[in-house]
Design a protein around this ligand. Sequence first.
Ligand code: ZN
Length: 340
Amino acid sequence: MNPIQLHNQVWNALQARRARLPHALLMAGPRGLGKLDLARAFVASLLCEQPQADGQACGQCLACGWQAQGNHPDFRLLQPEALSDSDSESEDSKKKPSKEIKIDQVRALDEFLTVGTHRAGMRIVLIHPAEAMNHNTANSILKSLEEPSADTLFLLISNEPARLLPTIRSRCQFVPLNVPSRQQSIAMLQAAGVADPEPWLALAGGAPMQALELAQSEQKNWPLELARWFLAGDKLDALTAAAAVDKLLKDSKGQIGLRQLIEWSLKWAFDLLLARKRLPVRYFVQHRATITTVAAAVPEIRLLHFYRRLLVCRREVEQPLNSRLFLDEFFLNYRALFAN
Ligand SMILES: [Zn+2]
């Protein structure tokens, strides 16, 4: 899927500004829109020494060669260790890779930001996702944003810009990415070989890259299995459901975790709220015929409480916990929504 085609207007607007870019850009929008791919294409385009007419990198020059090999001297990518491809087998092989961008990664930029650029162009720091910076890291980056070195661009990517320090946000120019039209996304998913794109796009809330990822995932049916448990309503066998989902999480070997469970449950609860109001469901469109009956059995106020608890859960779920205990309680709480 071509991110430039998908976000053509944003791309053209960025290209129109390439001669007078600010020191920091914040590319923000929901997960699964291809923000990282777009940002990488923009970085390549800025570092390229003979860009094409539409601004895209030529793919031929020395800079493009370096960029393709991931070792352009004027470019740095800051992302959590957990997201980096290079396996860190060395001394830390037993430790779980960090999900945060650490302050050491920012400190390592010091020299990069003070020496001259290698190709007399600009230097670029890509931060992905910006909300993975903890408080200390964010404060440290803030210094660089406040006293920018010449010819330096900080390109921040965020799925949840509201979680960034306000002082970081205010130093960046905002580049919002919107969900592409349904028609456009369906066409792109079909071109990418997804035979039946509609339900996947709905589950992904309209985000095409996420839909593609779902459709191609080995665990693609699990949100629908989860929905089947939810559809049981007051007849849900909570402990059996918890055991089944726990096994699913463990068998997936880290591919799916409690966070995804919470994400899907939020979408399910949102659909229940819509169905209660006799509005068309947004995510679980395959169940649109049956969800109304289930929704009618839950008082709206309980549903709202459940939804809010899930939001809190989503913030806390990163901490290690006993997944089976969590799941038992989770499904018992869900069934309690239907109690008389
Ligand atoms: Zn080039």
